[in-house]
Design a protein around this ligand. Structure first.
Ligand code: FPP
Ligand code: MG
Ligand code: MG
Length: 361
């Protein structure tokens, strides 16, 4: 449950996003704002705003920060103050960063739904289903351009560098994933069958970090940079580690929900198998069921393969084991915040981390 202050910021963020995605051409505005208008938990902005609340005032350069008066600066009586007495301060630049990161996230979804040929997103027709592939790709490009302009307007070159760098990582994560589905289908004979090696896991975890966790990690580093954490400040590692571990947990849960999710997901089930992807549940199922290897090797392409693989995943311990991995990442995210002083924002961040593994959509 959000504090009233956080709710206010999230509403303000929604307004800013809609304003900044408004153009003089109604059809473009409709395209740019499409995913922003759909129901969303706004997880990334929430994390950024809470990290700002949990860390502002602690960074080495905080005393040099200009805290202008105004509704975005200091709110009283929302939660008890941390040691610095500035627990509730969120800088306008940090709210802007939350907007930049959400815009990037939405842009990636506009591209992702083309790549994944997904007809649904958040319970509604996906952007490509609604507007076509070309519009979805170009719309995503426009959002990225706007996000970069906004990030430059923060006037902190290091943040722009971080944003550009994470865009490159996101794209490379998707490229690696796409390459996995493009290499020739393997012909496996019985005597050739193999167990999932550490390289399967390494590659899965690497892609998971790159396509998802990297954005959480960099977004939260940028939050503390804007809050005055200089290069050697341990706050940077704390924020980035928290984001990275939480992001891993989030994507592994997404991969589990690809099997378990029903209507609540608002997107198709077993989409990953249809794309030929072997995610954590499949990697665990491979260890328990010999038949799975041939399905993986032909990337679930033959008639009935997706159904058979789903059945195997559900009849083994694959889903609980994948859940345990996600839980371990969430716990590491929780623990990464241990050095921060006690504050309601810190508790809220830790609850969000553990909540990621309980989500059902
Ligand atoms: C969702 O994964 C997709 C991502 C987390 C990243 C998508 C990134 C790109 C498409 C690269 C393009 C990048 C930019 C910067 C525009 P998923 O398909 O597993 O999740 P889903 O179930 O929500 O579709
Ligand atoms: Mg997808
Ligand atoms: Mg995808």
């Amino acid at each position: 449950m959000d504090s009233p202050l956080l709710q206010t910021y999230i509403s303000q963020l929604q307004g800013q996003l809609l304003d900044d995605l408004c153009t003089s051409v109604p059809a473009l505005t409709e395209l740019y704002q499409y995913y922003v208008r759909l129901q969303s938990k706004r997880l990334r902005p929430r994390l950024i705003l809470l990290m700002a609340q949990a860390t502002n005032g602690l960074g080495s350069a905080w005393s040099k920060k200009q805290c202008l008066p105004g509704p975005l600066q200091v709110e009283e009586n929302d939660c008890s103050l941390n040691q610095s007495g500035l627990a509730n301060v969120i800088l306008p630049e940090q709210l802007r960063l939350a907007e930049v990161i959400e815009m990037i996230h939405v842009a990636t979804l506009m591209h992702d739904d083309v790549i994944d040929e997904s007809p649904l997103r958040r319970g509604a027709p996906s952007a490509p289903a609604q507007f076509g592939n070309k519009q979805s790709i170009l719309g995503g490009d426009a959002l990225l351009a706007r996000a970069l302009m906004l990030s430059a307007s923060l006037g902190v070159p290091e943040v722009v560098t971080n944003v550009a760098s994470v865009l490159s990582t996101l794209v490379e994560g998707e490229l690696l994933q796409a390459q996995d589905t493009m290499t020739p289908v393997k012909q496996t004979s019985d005597d050739e069958s193999r167990k999932p090696g550490s390289s399967d896991w390494d590659s899965y975890l690497k892609k998971t970090y790159m396509k998802t966790a990297s954005l959480f990690s960099r977004a939260l580093s940028c939050t503390v940079i804007l809050g005055g954490a200089t290069e050697s400040d341990p706050l940077r590692d704390i924020a980035s580690e928290f984001g990275s571990q939480l992001g891993m947990a989030f994507q592994i849960v997404d991969d589990i929900l690809d099997f378990e999710g029903g209507e609540a997901m608002g997107k198709p089930v077993t989409a990953d198998l249809h794309l030929g992807l072997a995610t954590a549940p499949v990697l665990f199922a491979l260890e328990e069921n010999d038949e799975m290897q041939q399905l993986v090797d032909r990337r679930f392409q033959e008639p009935g393969d997706v159904q058979r693989a789903t059945m195997i995943v559900k009849s083994t311990n694959a889903l609980p084991r994948a859940g345990a991995v996600a839980r371990a990442y969430a716990q590491k995210a929780h623990d990464a915040l241990a050095p921060l002083p006690a504050s309601p924002a810190k508790v809220a961040l830790q609850c969000l981390a553990m909540g990621v593994i309980a989500r059902d959509h």
